[in-house]
Write a new protein. Structure first.
Length: 255
């Protein structure tokens, strides 16, 4: 998601300037503490109560987790240092030695042992989020991560759960891979009748349900453009208040 300190910067662009207008009518996003090149930033976006002739949008809260970075401050320090966050597959994920082969013609094997891995994907407090431990084990880790990061983003924006409950807030998530349910097949083969859940919609809906948000709640998959598309839809909802009645939007992406 974007920046830890919740700094807000508004940019004003006229949207009804007539045929002679030369400036873009699209709202721009600027965070004064993080360079504009950090286009993967996700966060809580709020529309300003400005006149209808303006399209002011502010990023008021942000959070994120990345390989070797549990928050945005660590992520930024890794960028500054030019740190390589790609490692061999950690043993706590799986033993890649059982599958890896340097022979690219070997059947039934993988030929790469490298990747970027988020820390502590199995760490979650289900009772904090009014969820049973059994349910938490069966839902997609992406859903747990989104719920945790959504909480951190709202906290970074200096809001509480009670303040936002019942508000017209939209939730948009860009997501591409949903393979967690494949673990169900292997578990059933062992005699364990487990059915892990991995519906994309649940990633967004879980947040809307927990926080009692009353705006649109959807997940979308447009491959590599999922993130920017989710952001686009969130901004569109802010711009078209009379249509979707959304005053704020929470946006996130998985890669």
């Amino acid at each position: 998601m974007g920046n830890d300190n919740g700094a807000t910067t508004r940019t004003n662009t006229p949207i009804n300037s007539g045929p002679q207008a030369t400036r873009s009518t699209r709202p721009r996003f600027v965070n004064k503490n993080i360079p504009n090149k950090m286009t993967q930033a996700d966060g809580l976006v709020q529309v300003n109560n400005a006149p209808q002739t303006r399209s002011d949008v502010a990023i008021i809260g942000a959070s994120g987790r990345y390989p070797m970075a549990d928050n945005l401050s660590e992520f930024w320090q890794n960028l500054v240092a030019g740190k390589n966050c790609v490692t061999e597959i950690p043993a706590q994920r799986w033993n890649y030695h059982d599958y890896f082969s340097e022979d690219k013609n070997a059947l039934g094997s993988i030929h790469s042992k490298w990747g970027g891995f988020v820390n502590d994907v199995d760490k979650f407090d289900p009772l904090f989020f009014n969820m049973s431990p059994m349910e938490a084990e069966l839902i997609d880790p992406q859903e747990r991560l989104f719920l945790q990061t959504a909480w951190n983003t709202i906290e970074d924006a200096a809001y509480t759960q009670a303040q936002l409950a019942g508000k017209k807030i939209g939730v948009y998530v860009g997501v591409m891979y949903g393979e967690y349910q494949l673990f169900g097949s292997s578990e059933r083969a062992k005699g364990q009748p487990l059915i892990p859940g991995a519906p994309y919609a649940s990633i967004a809906n879980r947040v809307s349900y927990f926080f009692d948000f009353q705006g649109p709640s959807l997940a979308l998959d447009s491959m590599c453009s999922s993130s920017i598309t989710a952001l686009h839809l969130g901004v569109e909802c802010l711009s078209l208040i009379r249509i979707c009645s959304c005053r704020r939007s929470l946006k996130m992406n998985f890669r």
